[in-house]
Design a binder for this molecule. Structure first.
Ligand SMILES: [Zn+2]
Length: 268
């Protein structure tokens, strides 16, 4: 079904300028525009509709496009918590689809200009028929625990890419030909040198920085001393629930949800 084009049909416009979303700055906070604002823009992408039947469009805007009065460009990550969480996820969807569309204007095999398909979200090469779909990179993220009762400890690591001393659960991208459990075991072995068992699915989350789907797991420690992969990990250790280092607690990441869930189970 195509959205109604009439001006009175409820709609939301996720206007994207390379990783940034245009929002109206109102006294009560940020709002996503409900009509297209008066700025130069490129393709409109239909992203779907909300549960209330509001159509959502993603609109591609060139870099260095100025914001209209009373509007701001806000980086997607900084927008978290400033608009409704459901809308924030849709903003991430808009950013990823627009970025994919921009970077797949030419065929990756023969270099011919591609054409957007109308029946599905893909771009097709008219010369060699190669199809390009929006890319997702699945990644696993795992909370490893050891010990029993109040002596139970969680394995957390300070990643080299973190801006300061900050610990989190271990994560890594899935490789071609690997299942998720193999990926969890491999990443933990590579990054900290220990073996795990009881790999259990926890939950998933779209992670638009830039194109991930994060798949959360819990696992139990089996054996091995901590041996760090120094290019990725500054420090790693086993921490009790009552003595955690700086780490995500709740918030927008699945790492925060994994740690929060463990703390609840530990009565913290
Ligand atoms: Zn081609």
């Amino acid at each position: 079904m195509r959205p109604a084009e009439s001006a009175d049909h409820p709609a939301l416009f996720m206007i994207v300028r390379r990783g940034e979303i245009l929002v109206e700055a109102r006294p009560e906070g940020f709002a996503v525009p409900t009509a297209m604002v008066d700025i130069p823009h490129g393709t409109h992408h239909i992203l779907g509709s909300t549960a209330e039947g509001t159509w959502v469009y993603g609109v591609d805007v060139a870099e260095r496009t100025d914001e209209p009065d009373d509007h701001l460009w806000v980086p997607l990550r900084q927008l978290y918590g400033k608009i409704d969480e459901t809308l924030w996820v849709v903003a991430g969807r808009a950013e990823q689809i627009i970025s994919w569309d921009r970077t797949h204007q030419y065929c990756g095999r023969c270099g011919a200009a591609t054409v957007a398909q109308t029946t599905e979200r893909s771009r097709k090469c008219p010369s060699c028929a190669l199809l390009a779909y929006p890319r997702l990179s699945p990644a696993v993220i795992t909370l490893v625990t050891r010990g029993e009762g109040q002596d139970e400890e969680a394995l957390l690591a300070w990643g080299r890419q973190f801006p300061g001393r900050f610990y989190s659960t271990l994560a890594g991208f899935v490789e071609p030909g690997e299942n998720l459990e193999q990926c969890v075991a491999r990443e933990i072995m590579e990054e900290v040198g220990v073996t795990v068992s009881d790999i259990t699915y926890f939950g998933s989350q779209p992670w638009p920085f830039p194109n991930s789907l994060m798949l959360g797991f819990t696992a139990r420690y089996v054996g091995g001393e901590l041996v760090l992969q120094e290019e990725e990990i500054v420090e790693a250790g086993w921490f009790r629930a009552d003595a955690l280092p700086p780490c995500p607690r709740g918030g927008m990441s699945i790492a925060g949800a994994l740690i929060e869930s463990w703390l609840r189970r530990m009565g913290q």
